[in-house]
Write a protein that binds this ligand. Structure first.
Ligand code: F3S
Length: 389
């Protein structure tokens, strides 16, 4: 892989251990995947922030980077953490976990990485089409490549951090036009209604595509929130970083047809619980302003049932802009939480056993990561279940 004189000096350690380590990570990755050079990125988004999911070892590594003076060279943001410090009553997380989580966030801050704590950084700043990024968080990667037409590989937490410190990434994978082309035409027969069904399509397609790039036809004017659910779910069951969509694809491709029964089966399989939920969760990936507005509208004048937690997760940025709707949801007894989500927090410690959600991604991960039963349902059904009639 070709390195400039300056990159070589960083690799030799002239700028210190933190940058040398970051450069080593990028060069290793580049060599592994056949990159020819490093290219500048506009932003980095780092995953692996929740103490629940990463534990102690990565925090030690971050501490070393900070001690060695590592600072982000490009606009950099982080994924959600394990709790919302402004809702400690709703999230009575043990003191020790809270302390360790705060330490991780502070380390990122010391590296001049913005504590955005959201998996939808594109609602804060929408990347330009064609811009190169180094994003971890698979749902954001698929959204950036497919909907926003930016260019990013599906980074891991360490490689996204390395790209943040150097401001560059190796030019392989999604940074090359030839790897972004559709490989399989996926004809969607049923008319999909709402984000849950788009999520079910993503789960199904991720399983059958085995990482190949799909071109979806038959989606009939999907909204950005439908596409967000499709991408988040696709990245959960498949190693996909991008999907294409539109009318008929001109090139001759292998064809797959998705039928109503295929999606019905996905929804049934992701609904593992038979009892009523003790939590209804929306906001995976984190809600947009539009989604919060829609949830407030669906709740209307109703109240959240006794014994049911209604969680709506978003970023602080969106919450601030959705104040009027946040007040409506909270007046009904729901909670609009920031910095976290149901999957990356300690759900069982909060007494949750059965989780209802409109997110196929959450329904896919929660039984394993949170050990809860799940019910996958459309947004309106989730609200009806959470609220008194
Ligand atoms: Fe975001 Fe949590 Fe879902 S980090 S994508 S809301 S699992």
């Amino acid at each position: 892989m070709y390195l400039t004189k300056e990159e070589e000096r960083i690799l030799e350690g002239e700028m210190g251990w933190a940058y040398q380590t970051a450069m080593k990570v990028l060069v290793k990755l580049g060599e592994l995947f056949g990159a020819t050079r490093l290219i500048p990125v506009r932003s980095a988004h780092i995953s692996g922030v929740s103490y629940k999911t990463i534990g102690d070892a990565p925090a030690e590594f971050l501490e070393e980077i900070v001690k060695a003076g590592g600072v982000a060279q490009v606009e950099s943001t982080i994924n959600p953490a394990g709790f919302d410090p402004e809702h400690v009553d709703e999230m009575p997380i043990p003191e020790e976990f809270r302390f360790k989580q705060s330490r991780i966030i502070n380390l990122y801050k010391k590296m001049k990485i913005e504590p955005t704590l959201t998996c939808t950084p594109y609602y804060i700043r929408r990347p330009e089409a064609g811009s190169h990024l180094a994003w971890a968080e698979s749902s954001a990667v698929v959204y950036a490549n497919s909907v926003l037409k930016a260019w990013t590989n599906r980074e891991g937490g360490p490689s996204a951090l390395a790209a943040a410190l150097i401001g560059k990434t190796p030019d392989y994978g999604m940074h090359r036009a030839e790897n972004r082309q559709a490989e399989v035409s996926v004809k969607v027969e049923p008319e999909l209604k709402g984000e849950m069904e788009f999520g079910a399509l993503g789960i199904y397609a991720g399983n059958v595509l085995k990482g190949r790039v799909p071109y979806f036809t038959g989606l009939r004017s999907p909204t950005e929130r439908d596409l967000k659910q499709l991408g988040a779910a696709l990245a959960s069951t498949g190693m996909n970083s991008i999907f294409q969509y539109g009318a008929e694809h001109k090139k001759e491709l292998e064809k797959i047809t998705v039928e109503e029964a295929d999606l019905k089966k996905v929804v049934e399989e992701l609904s593992t619980a038979s009892e009523e939920p003790d939590m209804v969760f929306m906001g995976c990936p984190h809600c947009s302003l539009e989604e919060i507005k829609n949830i407030a509208r669906l709740i209307g004048k109703r109240k959240v049932k006794e014994g049911v937690k209604l969680w709506v997760c978003t970023s602080r940025y969106v919450r601030e802009r959705a104040k009027a709707y946040v007040r409506m949801i909270e007046a009904a007894g729901g909670h609009v939480l920031c910095d976290t989500c149901a999957v990356v927090t300690w759900l069982r410690e909060l007494g949750v056993e059965t989780l209802m959600t409109n997110s196929a991604k959450t329904a896919y991960y929660a039984p394993v990561l949170n050990k809860v039963g799940t019910i996958l349902a459309p947004t309106s059904k989730c609200i009806d279940m959470a609220c008194e009639l």
